[in-house]
Design a binder for this molecule. Structure first.
Ligand code: GLV
Length: 317
């Protein structure tokens, strides 16, 4: 029987499936393993089912036992793994694309709505019980008729675009390459971020974290936006320079911010916590039963397929 390390606790139905397939090493306490512990626990394992908080860098990859041939990441993003180092060591890395597209797009809409309609402030007032309806109480921004910029028009970006259109928004996007007309579905392409940001009343960040996108939202690029724009991020925290963003919120250059992801999660830049116009969630993008179950099933399928055939469909390296 193949031996597989599962680095985080998964839903019970998925764990039951794995117990039948493999000698599965579960994480009963759901502790986040240090790199050393992950290496130690991988001893004699044929594969690892990892998760976004496992920082599997080059050094960790090189110290893994040679028996480990596949790391199946329970996420569509795989910025937590050095895929080049893995390739050098002939370790296959897989992800779980497609199935979390809808759930993540729903959270992106929640961020857009929450930031535009001042949901954080509204919740606080409602809980304090001392609010009074008045004509100018918590005036927000209306989605209908506004321009939504989508940075990264991949699967999730396109799912956000579909939903935003139902809210009456005009869609603009930037990608490294322009989409084919059918995938574009009427959205306006911008060949630079400057051009995209300058028409974004609201921006939804949906691109992957790469060296090119790290801190793509910074002091200089924040100046490209119309004054009072809204920014939301349901992708990865790496894309935003937090210091610069906090300053833009203070100066009101940016009206409000919606975040589901952060640099160095679970830490959140303290500047965000002090700002009333920040709508924050604790990385809930894929957190529905349907999606989390399907993600684990796909992560398991990837390992199974690899064990049976030596390849599998969601390889990313
Ligand atoms: C979640 O953040 C994912 O990348 O799947």
């Amino acid at each position: 029987m193949k031996k597989v390390l599962i680095t985080r606790k998964l839903l019970r139905s998925n764990e039951e499936r794995m117990s039948k397939l493999w000698d599965a090493k579960f994480n009963l306490n759901d502790e986040v393993y240090s790199q050393n512990k992950l290496i130690e626990l991988s001893k004699d394992c044929d594969g690892i089912l990892s998760s976004i908080l496992d920082k599997i860098d080059e050094e960790t990859i090189n110290k893994l036992p040679d028996s480990v041939k596949i790391i199946s990441n329970f996420a569509v993003g795989f910025g937590n793994i050095d895929i080049k180092a893995a390739r050098k060591k002939n370790v296959i890395i897989t992800n779980t694309p497609d199935i979390l597209t809808d759930a993540t797009a729903e959270i992106a809409m929640l961020l857009i709505l929450g930031a535009a309609r001042r949901a954080s402030e509204g919740l606080k007032w409602a809980r304090n019980k001392n609010w009074k309806w008045s004509v100018d109480f918590l005036i927000g921004k209306q989605l209908e008729g506004s321009r939504l910029g989508i940075l990264g028009m991949g699967r999730i970006g396109r799912a956000v675009s579909l939903r935003a259109k139902a809210f009456g928004m005009q869609i603009h996007y930037h990608n490294r390459t322009r989409l084919k007309t059918d995938l574009e579905a009427g959205a306006n392409y911008h060949d630079s971020i400057k051009s995209l940001f300058s028409v974004s009343d609201i921006l939804s960040i949906n691109c992957p974290a790469t060296p090119e996108t790290t801190n793509i939202i910074n002091k200089e690029t924040l100046e490209f936006f119309p004054k009072g724009a809204i920014i939301t991020n349901s992708a990865r925290g790496d894309m935003i320079d937090d210091e610069d963003m906090v300053q833009a919120l203070i100066s009101k250059r940016i009206f409000s911010l919606g975040l589901d992801v952060y640099k160095g999660e679970p830490n959140i830049h303290p500047g965000y916590l002090n700002q009333p116009n920040v709508f924050i969630l604790p990385h809930l993008g894929s957190a529905t039963m349907k999606t989390r179950t399907a993600m684990a099933d796909l992560a398991i399928d990837n390992i199974e397929e690899y064990f049976k055939t030596g390849i599998c469909k969601n390889m990313v390296n």
